[in-house]
Structure formats: C-alpha cells, structure tokens
Design a protein around this ligand. Structure first.
Ligand code: FAD
Ligand code: SIN
Length: 522
C-alpha cells in the first residue's frame, strides 16, 4: 500500500494525539500506532500533570523547581516557555473532555510530588493518564480528517537516503518524506508519504530488566531518527523511579506513585527505620535521582531485595479515595496498605534525553518534528521533575502543530520515493534467539548501566553489546521483518547511544552517577 497524507503521526500517546487534533483542521492526518490506540506510557501515568493553577503558586516557583531538579543542564528558555504555557494547555485538555479531581470548594485538587515546592499536580485519582488518553482518543476517533492505523509498526523514516542519495554524517542536510510501516494484515511494508512527520513514540524503558514502562516502550523513534542521522542528546540521563512495587516476575513493574509520598507516605528499611534524612533534608520528597540512589545504597548495605513505603499512619478512607488503583493492586497480592508496609524498588521509568528539538519541536531533519518522551527539548536537563513530562508533551505537540500549519503550503509530497525492497529475505524461524538476545541486553543494561555506573562497567557493557549488535544486524538483514526483530534492533541502538553518552560524560550529574567521578556537579 502507498498512502499520501499531509501529516503523519507516529504514536498515539498524549503527544501524538494532541498534535493530530491540532493539525487535523488543516489537512489529512494518519496516526500509526504499533498496538491498540490506547496502549502507551501515557495510559499508565498515575501522579498527574504539573501546572501553575492558583496562588500561592507562581510560574517562577515552578521554573525554579524544574531548574533545580535538572542539575544545571536545563535550557532556561525552554523551561520558561513550558511553564508559562502550562495553564493554557491544561484548559485545552479540559475542554477536550479530561476530568481532573476537584475539592469540595470546586477548585482543582492539586497534589505535591518530589522536588515541587508547591501543590501543583492536577490528577484524576491515581489514574490520570488513562483519563487523558480516554478523552483524547475519543476526540481523535470522531475527527473526520484523522485516520488511526492500529497495530501498524513504523520501521524506518524515509529520507533522501532512499532515493540513493548518500547523506554524509558530518554535513548532513536531511529531509523526511514519511515512513515505511509494517502492515499487520499483509505483513508487508507500506509506504506512507507525508508533508510533515511527527515522531511521538514515547520512551525506551524496556532496555532494562525492571521498568514501569509497558511493552510498547522500545525507543523506536529515537533509534529511527538516529539511523536517519538526526541529532539525539542527553540519553545517559535515564530516570529510575524510586518506588515501583517489588513483585518479582511482574513486567512491567507496577508503579507506586510519588504522589503517595506527597500525601505523607514515608520510605523505611525492611526493619522499619527511616533513612532518607541521611541523604537529603527533603527526605522522602527529595528529587528522584537522590531518592533512587539512596534506596540503591540502602539495599546494598542491608542486602535486602527492596525497601518499604509506610502508609500505616495515614487515614484508610483517604488512602482508598485518593489512590484506589494502588490500594486495589497491593490488596490483590496480599498487601493492605493501611496495615502493611509496601515493598518497593527503583525501576527504569523515563528517558530524559531523546531526539534534539528546538522550541517548536523541530528536529535536525527537515519536516520531522518530535514531541513527548522521545524528544529532548531541554526542559528536563539531567533529571526530570515529577509530572513535568505530560506537560512537556502537550506544550511541544502544540508548538509543533503551529509551526507545521504555518508551512503547510510551502511543502510538497515527494512522489519519487520507491517502495520497500524486501528481496532475498526469509521468514526467521528462530524466535528464541530474539527473546534470548533481549534478555541478554536487559541484563547488560541493568547490571552495568544502571543507577550507579563506572568506567569499567560501561566498557564491559559496550564490549558485550557489540557481540549482540552484530548477531542481530545479521538476522535483521536476512529476515522478513516482524515487530519483535525491529524492536530488538531499536533497543540495541538505544543501549549503544546510552552507553556511548554515559562514557563521554566524565562527571556525576543528575541521573548519571559514576563511581570514578563521585563528586556530584549541579
Ligand atoms: P507514549 O504515551 O508512550 O506513546 C507512544 C506511542 O507511540 C504509543 O502509542 C506507542 O504504541 C507508539 N509507538 C512507539 N513506537 C512505535 C512504532 N515503531 N510504530 C508505531 N507506533 C509506535 N509523567 C507525568 O508527567 N506524570 C505522571 O504521573 C506520570 N506517571 C507515569 C507512570 C508510569 C507507570 C509511566 C510508565 C510513566 C509515567 N509518566 C508520567 C511519564 C509519561 O507518562 C510519559 O512520559 C508520557 O506519557 C509520554 O507520552 P508520549 O506521547 O511521548 O508517549
Ligand atoms: C508518579 O506518579 O510517581 C509518576 C510521576 C512521573 O513520572 O512524573
């Protein structure tokens, strides 16, 4: 199949859907999404979305909290844009039908999370992402200009490379003409030609053994853009959420929202002793990098497999009312959070780096935008402030839509692009090789490129990765493509970028901590 559209959106999370809804009045939109439309990181977001709504909060306070968390690497201009546009974007989300919880006085019920100096997190109980995605999908499905292709997997971006024009990496002046996409009905690769493409493929948590991210988070967009010679940055800054439920064998790990600590829950060792006072004066509500490293250290000292989160001093009815999903999940595995401490461990959660974009979501590749978790706008720097990612996705999907709409009449579709050439490939019957290689990759990343790194661990990771990289490229080149082989290849690309950027960073800053450079730079 060969499609021609004005706007191609890859991904149906908050970023992709927001952009699609905004550009749809100006042309035909196709959203390709590799699973059911609702399946995304967005759907699992619990705590909420940070925005300045009422006094005593101010834009300046939110700006300063973001910059402090970012450990000296935030782009201040981008931080100011994001925060000052937050209220407007939230109003839009509400107009699209999203329900946020309110207090009895009719004001929005704002929560607090680590690193925030004010209560400013809008939420829908502890299932904010599911509520946002419900509202956005309903809008997109009812829009006559938007077609959603579910279970279609974007394999590669189309650039002049596909016209046989070699692109020199150093002088790269690359344009994007759409994407090659795996059609689930024919198992063939379709060509989707577009004037503009938005990369909105989300995170890459599955590069690690333990992650809060659903199976779709395999870094596809960053890997595709990197292969197309687009700029990628800050990938060494992987955020480990301090508190995922310790429930061995469960994947993804169930998140125990930071909002629970904002509500008064306290981190303790298995034998019930508080420990965060040793690491930071903000204790359990210090920024995530500090809390995750403290937990990692406590587990190493005690030899325990987890630490605990204690809610036993909190009112049971309030707990159930504010955190119904967390209460029910814990109860389902025999933990009554009003009576028992919750066993928790850190888990890979968020990629602060990604495809480098400017203030309009423009990447280094012409006509390719990126927004959401796959993008690196400069907002998060070396560590993301909790609940700033949904906000970032909204703000930059909006800004990218404005830029695309302005240019719509000056860009044409490139009709010379050839269809995908699958000559000489055969069905790969050794699926077990793919599954095993994925486990090896996750082992390498979790053991050598986790919360605490060192030069030696990173070198070991790179050496091991080179072997599985060669083996996987070999399978990829000979195989009829499947989603699994493409995802594995993308995750290996992501691991390579993370390791290379981590090796390059000769300091400890934000989420990147190295035993060789233990003095923390801010
Ligand atoms: P996603 O929502 O992940 O969407 C990506 C989309 O791209 C999906 O539809 C996926 O199927 C599709 N896709 C990926 N690759 C391909 C491909 N090759 N071809 C086709 N489609 C593809 N942030 C907050 O601000 N507040 C929170 O409270 C919060 N809680 C969180 C809780 C959990 C458990 C998790 C995992 C994350 C949380 N985050 C939170 C982070 C936040 O949810 C994400 O950063 C954000 O939702 C990312 O949105 P997105 O649109 O960029 O990507
Ligand atoms: C959480 O609810 O703890 C997740 C918030 C986030 O990742 O921003």
């Amino acid at each position: 199949m060969r499609y021609k559209v004005d706007f191609l959106v890859i991904g149906s999370g908050i970023a992709g859907l927001t952009y699609a809804l905004k550009v749809a009045p100006y042309g035909k939109v196709i959203i390709v999404t590799k699973d059911a439309a609702a399946e995304s990181n967005t759907r699992y977001a619990q705590g909420g979305i940070a925005a300045v709504m009422y006094t005593p909060d101010t834009y300046e306070k939110h700006v300063q909290d973001t910059i402090t968390a970012g450990a000296g690497l935030c782009d201040e201009k981008i931080v100011r844009i994001t925060i000052t546009e937050s209220t407007e974007r939230i109003k839009e989300l509400i107009n699209w039908g999203t329900n946020f919880d309110k207090t009895e006085s009719g004001k929005y019920d704002l929560a607090k999370e680590g690193g925030h100096s004010e209560y400013r997190v809008l939420h829908h109980k502890d299932g904010t992402g599911a509520e946002i995605i419900r509202a956005l999908i309903e809008q997109a499905q009812n829009h006559p200009n938007i077609e959603i292709l579910e279970n279609y997997f974007a394999v590669n971006l189309i650039t002049q490379h596909h016209l046989g024009k070699i692109v020199n990496k150093k002088t790269a002046d690359v344009s994007c003409f759409g994407a090659y996409v795996l059609n689930p009905e024919t198992n063939l690769i379709d060509t989707i030609l577009s004037k503009f493409t938005l990369m909105a493929t989300g995170g890459s948590g599955n590069v690690y053994s333990t992650t809060t991210n659903p199976a779709i988070a395999t870094g596809d967009g960053v890997a595709m853009t990197y292969r197309a010679k687009g700029k990628v940055e800050n990938m060494e800054f992987i955020q480990f959420h301090p508190t995922s439920l310790y429930n061995p064998g469960e994947r993804p790990s169930f998140l125990i929202s930071e909002a629970l600590r904002g509500f008064g829950a306290i981190l303790k060792t298995v034998d019930g002793k508080e420990f965060m006072q040793k690491y930071d004066k903000r204790k359990s509500l210090a920024p995530r990098d500090i809390v995750a490293r403290a937990i990692d250290n406590e587990m190493k000292i005690s030899g325990d497999d987890h630490v605990c989160l204690d809610c036993r001093h909190l009112n049971k009815n309030d707990l159930i009312n504010h955190f119904p999903n967390i209460y029910a999940k814990c109860f389902s595995i025999g933990i009554d959070i009003a009576k028992d401490m919750i066993p928790v461990v850190p888990a890979a959660h968020y990629s602060c780096g990604g495809i480098k974009t400017d203030e309009f979501g423009r990447t280094s590749i012409h006509n390719l935008y990126a927004a959401g978790e796959c993008a690196c706008t400069g907002l998060h720097g070396a560590n993301r402030l909790a609940s700033n990612s949904l906000l970032e996705a909204l703000v930059f999907a909006h800004r990218a839509s404005e830029d695309s709409i302005l240019k719509i009449n000056s860009v044409t579709i490139n009709n010379e692009i050839p269809d995908w050439n699958a000559e000489g490939t055969v069905l790969n019957e050794e699926m077990v090789l793919i599954t095993q290689t994925l486990k090896e990759l996750q082992f390498i990343m979790s053991n050598y490129v986790g919360i605490v790194r060192s030069d030696l661990r990173l070198k070991r990771a790179l050496d091991r990765l080179e072997i599985i990289f060669r083996e996987t490229e070999d399978i990829y080149e000979k195989s009829i493509l499947t989603r699994k082989i493409c995802e594995l290849r993308n995750l290996i690309n992501i691991a390579y970028i993370i390791i290379k950027m981590a090796i390059h960073r000769k300091e400890s800053r934000g989420l990147h901590f190295s035993l060789n450079y233990p003095k923390i730079t801010n």
